[in-house]
Design a protein around this ligand. Structure first.
Ligand code: SF4
Length: 97
């Protein structure tokens, strides 16, 4: 049996081909200001979403493309998130191991 590898080590082995434009956008940033739970911040394993000052900061470069934030926003949030995959095959490139 092989040596156990932590989640952080596995994620650290992944590569990112980051596009210059975010694939995660907001239909209306004002919706996030009145979002009671802001579940996107809690569900994202890569901590893409952070609340800074009075706005939602989206660090799309770290996106793992799980789609968890999309479901969270649609079910518990204010439906502001416009989710898409990065264009032309960009984004995360998983390395299993
Ligand atoms: S869950 Fe949706 S509406 Fe709420 S803060 Fe996140 S992106 Fe904005």
């Amino acid at each position: 049996m092989g040596e156990r590898v932590s989640l952080a080590e596995r994620l650290g082995a992944d590569a990112f081909d980051t596009d210059s434009t975010s694939h995660l956008t907001l239909s209306d940033p004002a919706l996030c200001r009145t979002c009671a739970l802001r579940p996107c911040i809690r569900v994202c394993p890569a901590e893409v979403y952070q609340w800074e000052e009075d706005r939602l900061r989206i660090r799309y470069e770290n996106c793992l493309e799980t789609g968890a934030c999309r479901i969270a926003c649609d079910t518990m949030g204010n439906h502001a998130l416009v989710w898409a995959f990065p264009p032309a095959g960009r984004g995360i490139q998983y390395r299993l191991g």
